[in-house]
Write a protein that binds this ligand. Sequence first.
Ligand SMILES: *[C@@H]1O[C@H](CO)[C@@H](O)[C@H](O)[C@H]1NC(C)=O
Ligand SMILES: *[C@@H]1O[C@H](CO)[C@@H](O)[C@H](O)[C@H]1NC(C)=O
Ligand SMILES: *[C@@H]1O[C@H](CO)[C@@H](O)[C@H](O)[C@H]1NC(C)=O
Ligand SMILES: *[C@@H]1O[C@H](CO)[C@@H](O)[C@H](O)[C@H]1NC(C)=O
Ligand SMILES: *[C@@H]1O[C@H](CO)[C@@H](O)[C@H](O)[C@H]1NC(C)=O
Ligand SMILES: *[C@@H]1O[C@H](CO)[C@@H](O)[C@H](O)[C@H]1NC(C)=O
Ligand SMILES: *[C@@H]1O[C@H](CO)[C@@H](O)[C@H](O)[C@H]1NC(C)=O
Ligand SMILES: *[C@@H]1O[C@H](CO)[C@@H](O)[C@H](O)[C@H]1NC(C)=O
Length: 461
Amino acid sequence: MIKPIQLVSLVLAAGFSSFINAMTLDISGNSSICQDTALIQQGILDYYSGDGVFQDPYYWWEGGLAFGLMIENTFLCQNTTFNSKLQDALIAQSGTSWDFMPESQTMVEGNDDQGVWGLTLMTAAERNFSRAANGTESRKNIPEWVTMAQSIYNTMYARWDTSSCGGGLRWQIYTWNNGYNYKNTIANGCLFNLAARLGRYFNNQTYMDQAEEIFTWLVDVDFINLNGSSAKVYDGATTTSNCSDITALEWSYNYGTILGGAAYMYDATNQSSVWESRVNDLWEGTSSTFFNSDGIMYEQQCQASKTCNNDQRCFKSLLSMMLEYTYLLVPTLKDDIYDKLTTSAKAAAGSCDGGYDGHTCGMNWFTSTNDGYYGLGEQMSALGAIQSLLGSSRPDLYKESTNEYMAKGDATAGTATSSSSNEEALLENQLDVTKGDKVGAAFLTAVVLSILIAGSVSMLF
Ligand SMILES: *[C@@H]1O[C@H](CO)[C@@H](O)[C@H](O)[C@H]1NC(C)=O
Ligand SMILES: *[C@@H]1O[C@H](CO)[C@@H](O)[C@H](O)[C@H]1NC(C)=O
Ligand SMILES: *[C@@H]1O[C@H](CO)[C@@H](O)[C@H](O)[C@H]1NC(C)=O
Ligand SMILES: *[C@@H]1O[C@H](CO)[C@@H](O)[C@H](O)[C@H]1NC(C)=O
Ligand SMILES: *[C@@H]1O[C@H](CO)[C@@H](O)[C@H](O)[C@H]1NC(C)=O
Ligand SMILES: *[C@@H]1O[C@H](CO)[C@@H](O)[C@H](O)[C@H]1NC(C)=O
Ligand SMILES: *[C@@H]1O[C@H](CO)[C@@H](O)[C@H](O)[C@H]1NC(C)=O
Ligand SMILES: *[C@@H]1O[C@H](CO)[C@@H](O)[C@H](O)[C@H]1NC(C)=O
């Protein structure tokens, strides 16, 4: 739960300069959408500390997602104002091997955290996000965004674990973190989404085969249930039960990540009937679970009970982004998805009339006005829904083959043989963690994690 006093001061700090009452959204053309999303991003940056990190209590992974939404905005609105800021953020958090395992996260990073940053790097690749807008030497020397995505993907895929549940990634990377004994959909969903997108970007069968493998595993353990025409996507299960004790909570970002990955596979396989059927069932499940009878998106697991934590309050942003990509990749679903996104975007804009700046967004979009909630998650969710309407007005998601200047990537990034990585040094670092360090780390993470994963613990029970 948010700290109201801290946030009130932040909203105050947002300034009176651009005071407006409520946010009007005209969905014809791009000018109203781009003006609104500029205001919403101003609200996002009120919480920004710099160097790729948002202020406490917002966690590292949420920053990764916020930058992905903002990179998407630079493309949809053709606005380079924040290019430098976004490049700085990605570079600052990329770690020594460009795999987004920075030292600051060494003790606490989870597969889902790393994976969500990976989705952002793929967006940077597919939107041809500039690496060198301001031409400094350091920018010229960084690897391509897609190479960083491959580095993330390779380090994650190397953690595929067959010691329980017949496969899958654990939620946590490190044994000393709560959640090491839990395998979940978001960690594996990010891996799946990355494999599908890398497969499509490079037209590479290896990634596509791995995407199929990951998806099949998620179905095998029943995290994804494709029984009937409306798919279900659950949160995860413990390794100690061999994944038999499913936590049947349903979160919008899990559905979004899986649906989006399936849409990429549908496109990458040249509209295979297998992926067509999966993508249709996943959309059916998403549409019947996360939209009310008016067609407005909501986080059904916690929104009505007002129990959504900071993490959960930004989940809708990931769903919106994946719905945008799905309607671009699966034309037969375009009208249905676009219709619900339009209704949701209008409702979201209606909620953006709060705070001292007069355009702070709320959590619940059913009310035509701000519901009293505000924070990074509310800004991100409104941004995702509103900008998603511009997908068709811009070129399709790029691939390596789009033109000869597209990023070529490096399939070995993040592996021991990689030329662009310093993986050995990093590995040594990790293995160097002595018993004493572990105790210290356990203490540190007990403190950090008691807050950090409060939301995820509530996902467990
Ligand atoms: C571009 O983005 C900046 C920062 O959000 C904003 O101030 C400006 O109005 C935007 N330009 C256009 C043409 O929308
Ligand atoms: C807005 O749409 C118009 C007409 O389609 C297009 O010419 C223009 O480039 C677009 N502007 C932005 C910022 O995307
Ligand atoms: C380039 O980026 C750096 C870091 O964000 C910034 O300090 C500098 O002013 C930028 N230079 C130009 C010419 O925009
Ligand atoms: C654990 O689950 C996997 C996947 O469902 C299954 O293949 C395996 O046989 C199970 N192992 C045990 C010991 O039950
Ligand atoms: C496809 O990707 C794999 C790594 O995932 C790589 O080993 C292989 O060389 C790639 N194939 C082509 C044709 O680029
Ligand atoms: C699939 O659905 C049918 C009918 O609703 C039910 O009888 C069956 O147990 C379900 N199977 C699985 C694996 O959920
Ligand atoms: C899909 O079609 C394109 C163009 O014909 C081809 O290059 C590509 O290899 C095909 N992909 C698959 C997975 O069949
Ligand atoms: C991507 O960016 C590069 C370098 O900025 C440019 O040369 C290339 O044409 C762009 N690709 C597309 C498809 O716009």
